[in-house]
Design a protein. Structure first.
Length: 191
């Protein structure tokens, strides 16, 4: 319950921050650089926010401080997905080539894959929180890299199955999942 409360708090904080209007000093001669933001963003990458080991993500950007996204991807044992929100500290506008954001999402966040014991193979759902950085290149700042660090909150169902699997005398050579995960993707903004 404590983990769920933390996620709800983070999610509402991201939404509240995204609604905040901030006055930015106009360093550009073209005010559209500050007022106009992308309406969509598509990316391909590796990591949890791309639905699994590798996948595709699409974002809808209703405000220049908020993006709502969905993704589908592939794990070794099947397909995964994510839905979530990103709250930007800097506005998602052409004048900002580097943008820091926080992420809260829900979907597939861990999988078990076992050779010669396929009955253990399964993908598990759970919430994930994290932070990332967008780096956009070129004059238009429409394309670039997203790099993220995530903390997946793994389900009790997964923890039970993982313990059961580790206690199985027929299995050995376990690779524990990392407590945090990284992702990287290449994105194309649509204006």
């Amino acid at each position: 319950m404590k983990k769920l409360s933390i996620i709800i708090l983070l999610f509402t904080s991201l939404l509240a921050f995204s609604q905040e209007t901030v006055q930015y000093q106009n360093l550009s001669k073209d005010t559209k650089d500050y007022d106009f933001h992308s309406m969509a963003d598509m990316g391909i990458g590796i990591g949890l926010n791309y639905g699994g080991l590798m996948g595709f993500q699409i974002q809808y950007i209703p405000l220049n401080h908020l993006a709502v996204f969905g993704s589908v991807g592939y794990y070794i044992v099947g397909f995964g997905w994510q839905v979530g929100v990103q709250g930007y500290l800097m506005p998602k506008v052409p004048s900002k080539g580097f943008r820091v954001y926080g992420t809260a999402m829900y979907g597939t966040n861990v999988a078990i894959a076992v050779e010669n014991a396929e009955h253990y193979n399964k993908i598990y759902l759970g919430p994930t929180i994290g932070a990332g950085l967008e780096m956009r290149f070129g004059k238009s700042k429409k394309n670039g890299l997203n790099i993220d660090l995530f903390y997946p909150i793994r389900s009790s169902e997964y923890e039970t199955e993982w313990t059961k699997m580790k206690n199985d005398p027929m299995l050995s050579d376990f690779i524990e999942p990392l407590p945090v995960t990284f992702s990287v993707g290449y994105h194309f903004e649509i204006r």
